[in-house]
Design a protein around this ligand. Sequence first.
Ligand SMILES: *Cc1c(COP(=O)(O)O)cnc(C)c1O
Length: 231
Amino acid sequence: MSIEANLSQVTQQITDFTRRYHRQDNSVRLLAVSKTKPLQALEEAYQAGQRLFGENYVQEAVEKRQALAHLSDIEWHFIGPIQSNKSRLIAQNMDWVHTIDREKIALRLNEQRPEGSPPLNVCIQVNISGEASKSGIALSEVPAMASLIHSLTNLRLRGLMAIPAPQEDEQAQKEVYAPLHQIFLELAATDSMIDTLSIGMSGDLSAAIASGSTLVRVGTAIFGARDYTTA
Ligand SMILES: *Cc1c(COP(=O)(O)O)cnc(C)c1O
C-alpha cells in the first residue's frame, strides 16, 4: 500500500477509537514517526496532508529538517533519547521534544534555545514500566520536574510521554496507562498550556486513546517496516 493509503487507514482508526471511547473529534493528533525513512517518504506523507513528523536520531533529524526547509509548516518532534552533547542541535532545530527525563537536559535545552525562537515545546518522559525501561522518570517525580520546567522561559511544558513495555492484551495496556492519565489530568488542571499526552504506537492505539492520549506516534503502520541493515 502507498504511504497515502496507509495514512488514511491510520487516520480512520484514530477516528474510530476516538468515537468508541467518546472522545471529542480531532482530539488525538497523529505524529508520523519517520526515523530511518528517506526524504521521499516524508515528502509523500506531506503531500497526503501529514504535518507532524517524529525523529529519533539527532543528526538524521537535523539533516531532514534542513532538506525540507521549504515545507515550512512541518512540525518537527524529537522522540529519541537525548545525550547532553547533542542537546544544542535539538534546541536549534526541533519544535517539540518528548523525551525530557533529566533536569540537566531541561536546563541545557533552555539555555541553548536560540534567541528569537519560540519556546521549545516539551513533554516529560515517564517510566510507567518499572525496571523494564531505563528511560523516563518515576510518576512520583513528575511534579518536581514540571515545576522546574515551568521556571525555564525558553521551554513550554506541554505534557507527558511514555513508552510502556509490551503488555499481553489491551486490558493490561490500559492498566499500565491509568496512573499516567491520572497525573496528566492533575497537571493539565493547573496549567492550560498542558494539553499533550503522548502515548500510543502502532500496536496499542486503542488502549492509548481509551487512556486519554492526545498524540499517537506511528511509524511502521504509515511507512512500513524499518530496515536497519543498510545503516
Ligand atoms: C519508533 C518509535 C515509534 C513508532 O513505532 P512504530 O512501532 O514503528 O509505530 C513511536 N515512538 C517512539 C518513541 C519510537 O521510538
